[in-house]
Design a protein around this ligand. Structure first.
Ligand code: DUC
Ligand code: ZN
Ligand code: ZN
Length: 481
């Protein structure tokens, strides 16, 4: 199976140049002008279009069992919808129930993900702690290509990781060469603020952001970053939604700490007025955590991306339909948290980022694929257009437009947080493993075609960190008796 993409302009994180791209056996085999290719190769005309690495969404939750229900999007429908939007890989989350062995949960998620239409990988959440967790983390890193572990600092009485778990797990991550990631919200504060809102009679979705103000996120982000500093391990903060968290990241980065930040397409363009809408279905459909914020936070997030203090964009794709959201009709704290976006992230980022001049095309590639590939150690196999890389590519039509709507999207959810937004700049074609899986509106996703991506432990970065720790190591004071 071979294909040549002719006449386009290649855009990578580093540069922009005119070239044909030839793919053979799922890999990029040649890049250059007027390439001579074997007869029989399929030809795709990309005149006037950009050839970029397919998107990597480093934060999705397909078919997640959560808050008494299960996310409506499964690994097939979700990855297929991603392909329609130019997204060719996801990193999803294995989330063990408290006391559930990590390996058991990992095997369960692997099983569910076999139907994926695009390549996928897993962060594994640490939701509890004992020696078996420590051991399983080692097995996951050594034998299963997991190099990142997730910690929910919120969701008290469910999957929340307290400071004891964070310290133990971060230390273990450092030993293993794995990156700890955190959902940064102070779970105790959220819990108590929820009770306060309900006691005041605030039971509707407007109570959701009131119980999760920016300070709640900023405190947790700062705490996680400082724990990581003491444990001498890098850290990745997922879905940074507000200035307070970003400030904590910037402070630590300015001090030389290795801190990475992700923001969501939704947080960049949707504001918190949605929670005050009188229509319960509309407001509840936007309930996700952390919540959408007021516009000054959006400005801060864009600045974070522009300055490089935030490196990745994601979606936290976690779909619940109206009948599922109705579980919180009389109590906002019971509305399943989650919104969709895996199909829309790239177009929203291009439309609001590149068309507005906030991001260059190369920066667009950085924040939609290359940086995630680097941080999670799958670069240049993913996130690049280079010889030997996986042939996961998007052919981007900068003149094409689409009006986003739940009526026409491919995501398995009855709502779209970007509803009615007309975006300019859309994928005309998506290639996964060298095969055209999206062609001018035709989705050719294949159930089970996606492959599991092994992500090796990140030893070079950790070697540097342990050298730094040795330099800074305290010594005992010799005292006279
Ligand atoms: N936030 C959500 O909105 N949904 C899933 C989990 C999370 O942290
Ligand atoms: Zn989260
Ligand atoms: Zn999430």
């Amino acid at each position: 199976m071979s294909i040549v993409i002719r006449g386009g302009t290649v855009v990578t994180a580093e540069r922009t140049f005119a070239a044909d791209v030839y793919c053979e056996n799922s890999k990029i085999a040649a890049i250059g002008e007027n390439l001579e290719v074997p007869t029989g190769a399929e030809v795709l005309d990309a005149t006037g279009q950009y050839i970029m690495p397919g998107g990597i969404d480093p934060h999705t939750h397909m078919q997640l069992p959560f808050m008494g229900t299960v996310a409506s999007e499964d690994f097939y429908t979700g990855t297929a919808a991603g392909l329609a939007g130019g997204n060719t890989s996801i990193i999803d989350f294995v989330i063990p129930a408290p006391q559930q062995p990590l390996m058991e949960a990992y095997n369960q998620w692997k099983d569910w993900a076999e139907k994926s239409a695009a390549d996928y990988s897993f962060h594994v959440a640490v939701t509890w702690w004992d020696e078996s967790v420590e051991e399983d983390m080692g097995t996951l890193v050594r034998d299963h290509g997991v190099n990142s572990f997730k910690h929910f600092m919120a969701y008290k009485n469910a999957i929340m990781a307290d400071d004891e778990i964070l310290v133990n797990s971060f230390r273990r991550c450092m030993e293993l060469g794995a990156v700890p990631t955190v959902h940064a919200e102070n779970g105790e504060l959220v819990f108590q603020l929820q009770q306060q809102m309900l006691a005041k009679g605030i039971t509707g979705p407007e109570g959701h952001p009131l119980s999760r103000p920016p300070a709640v996120e900023g405190e947790a982000a700062n705490r996680a970053i400082r724990i990581a500093q003491v444990m001498n391990v890098p850290i990745y903060i997922v879905h940074v939604s507000c200035k307070e968290s970003l400030d904590a990241i910037v402070r630590a980065r300015n001090e030389g700490q290795r801190v990475f930040g992700e923001c969501l397409a939704g947080h960049l363009v949707v504001d918190d007025s949605v929670y005050r809408n009188e229509d319960f279905e509309f407001a509840a459909a936007h309930v996700m955590s952390p919540p959408f914020r007021s516009s000054e936070h959006q400005t801060a997030l864009w600045q974070g991306l522009q300055s490089g203090n935030l490196q990745t964009t994601a979606t936290d794709h976690c779909c619940f339909c109206a009948d599922q959201k109705a579980a919180g009709k009389d109590d906002f704290s019971k509305i399943p948290n989650g919104t969709a976006g895996v199909e829309d992230r790239m177009a929203v980022l291009w439309d609001q980022g590149v068309n507005s001049g906030r991001l260059t095309m190369n920066e667009f590639v950085e924040v939609t694929s290359a940086n995630a590939a680097k941080i999670f150690n799958i670069y240049p196999r993913k996130g690049s257009v280079s010889i030997g890389a996986d042939a996961d590519l998007v052919v981007w039509d900068p003149e094409g437009t689409r009006t986003i709507s739940a009526k026409t999207h491919h995501q398995n959810i009855d709502f779209n947080i970007f509803e009615g937004r007309t975006v300019k700049g859309i994928p005309s074609h998506t290639l996964s493993q060298g095969k055209v899986v999206w062609a001018n509106g035709e989705l050719r996703a294949e159930k089970g075609a996606g492959k599991y991506i092994h992500r090796p432990a990140f030893n070079p970065m950790f070697d540097a960190l342990s050298k730094q720790a040795e330099r800074n190591a305290p010594t005992a004071v010799k005292r006279k008796l």
